[in-house]
Design a binder for this molecule. Structure first.
Ligand SMILES: C[S@@+](CC[C@H](N)C(=O)[O-])C[C@H]1O[C@@H](n2cnc3c(N)ncnc32)[C@H](O)[C@@H]1O
Length: 383
């Protein structure tokens, strides 16, 4: 089988979790560089990784990597790569780019040179004067970092990264990306034998992603990907990746996830999303103001939540009261672990305890912290 090189791109701070996912899928020798996790693969791994990765943003096909100091060099080295192997005769290709700390710093110029070099190569290979660009979409990316250029093609789809699972038809203000919600669950010590609770669930993303993890349902089973229209990535590869993923689904475990919100509308939307994702049997939704919670519903639970915060929604004073309440109810119960993602810097003070671990992340463009307050290890399972 022919070897190719793929790279899973992760958001800042989530590299280790994406690497862990790749390890679990059996990919060895994963190397990390600047948010890109490179690994050796075969063509059939394009469907496999796109369908199974929960926390990565997208999967790139790495065409080549080289040092570059001039536009002539960029043109020649781009031209040398085997674009005709991937981009079909009618392929529609656009070039995106970025350049950091490099001699070739003008991104628009780099993009246009790469486009010209690929066009020239394809026209010669296909013996045409110009490429009609009416067919499948190929988004080429040129990333130059410290004078090392990486040329890749986006196998996931430029418009719809892996966060798009297909279940969240409706959402409210400030929803978390599905990839971020899955990462928060993966970063916690939650497993399907423990109760999970999100008391400010909004459109239900954390609860739904946890249920998908608990049921072992691959996140990409209900969506399409750019590479599905590429002739080289055969239909049979997609079919067998889906069959493999479906075989792993666990419909028998008794999963207990609770999700509530002060907003009735949010709970209606969250329920619809859970039905769409096929995990509504794992989640109990209810309307509740956090401020009215008196005690945890059971011992040994894991609370993961994304309260409203300043830059997005909510009032600072209320937020501090909510954080205090979380500390009073769940922070004082030694059997509960509490995980909060927020940009509000007074969280630890309001919660009443220093976090056991704090992880710097970005929720979109907003710099946030993921505060982790560990509870005691459960002695027995949920009961
Ligand atoms: C940032 S949003 C959560 C978004 C959610 N993670 C998602 O992906 O859709 C915060 C949520 O907290 C809810 N909320 C605000 N104050 C609350 C309170 N006192 N009790 C319960 N929920 C509250 C809001 O209605 C909103 O849905």
């Amino acid at each position: 089988m022919e070897k190719i090189r793929l790279a899973a791109i992760s958001a800042f701070g989530l590299e280790a979790i994406v690497k862990r996912e790749l390890d679990e899928l059996g990919y060895e020798n994963v190397t990390t560089d600047n948010g890109w996790m490179y690994f050796d693969a075969e063509i059939k791994d394009i469907p496999r990784t796109n369908i199974n990765l929960r926390c990565a943003d997208r999967v790139m096909l790495v065409m080549g990597q080289f040092q570059v100091y001039s536009f002539e060099e960029l043109f020649d080295k781009t031209y040398e790569l085997p674009w005709e192997k991937w981009i079909a005769r009618d392929g529609k290709f656009t070039v995106k780019g970025k350049s950091v700390k490099s001699k070739l710093y003008s991104t628009p110029d780099c993009q246009s040179i790469v486009k010209k070099a690929i066009s020239k190569k394809l026209c010669e290979e296909y013996d045409v004067e110009w490429m009609p660009e009416t067919g499948a979409e190929f988004t080429v990316q040129i990333s130059i970092h410290k004078d090392i250029a990486t040329l890749s093609i986006d196998t996931t789809g430029a418009r719809e990264g892996l966060f798009k699972r297909g279940y969240r038809e409706k959402s409210l203000e400030a929803p978390l990306k599905e990839t971020m919600a899955a990462s928060l669950v993966k970063l916690s010590f939650w497993n399907k034998d423990r109760v999970l609770y999100d008391p400010m669930c909004g459109s239900g993303t954390i609860a739904i992603e946890a249920a998908l993890i608990g049921r072992n349902i691959a996140p990409g089973l209900n969506r399409s990907f750019a590479a599905q229209r590429w002739p080289v990535v055969k239909e049979e590869y997609w079919k067998s990746a889906k069959t493999e993923a479906r075989k792993k689904i666990d419909l028998n475990s008794d999963i207990k996830i609770y999700a509530s919100d002060i907003s009735k509308k949010a709970i209606e939307i969250a329920k619809e999303n859970a039905i769409e994702a096929g995990v509504d049997d794992c989640i109990e939704f209810f309307v509740k103001d956090v401020m009215n919670i008196r005690e945890p519903m059971c011992p040994n639970g894991v609370l993961i939540t994304n309260p409203p915060y300043g830059e997005r929604i909510g009032e600072t004073v209320d937020i501090q009261k909510i954080h205090k309440k979380l500390g009073q109810v769940f922070g004082r119960d030694k059997t509960w672990s509490v995980y909060v993602i927020t940009s509000v810097e007074s969280l630890e003070k309001d919660f009443g305890r220093k976090a056991d671990r704090k992880r710097k992340l970005f929720n979109g463009a907003v710099r946030v912290d993921y505060y982790q307050f560990f509870g005691e290890k459960p002695i027995r399972n949920r009961d």
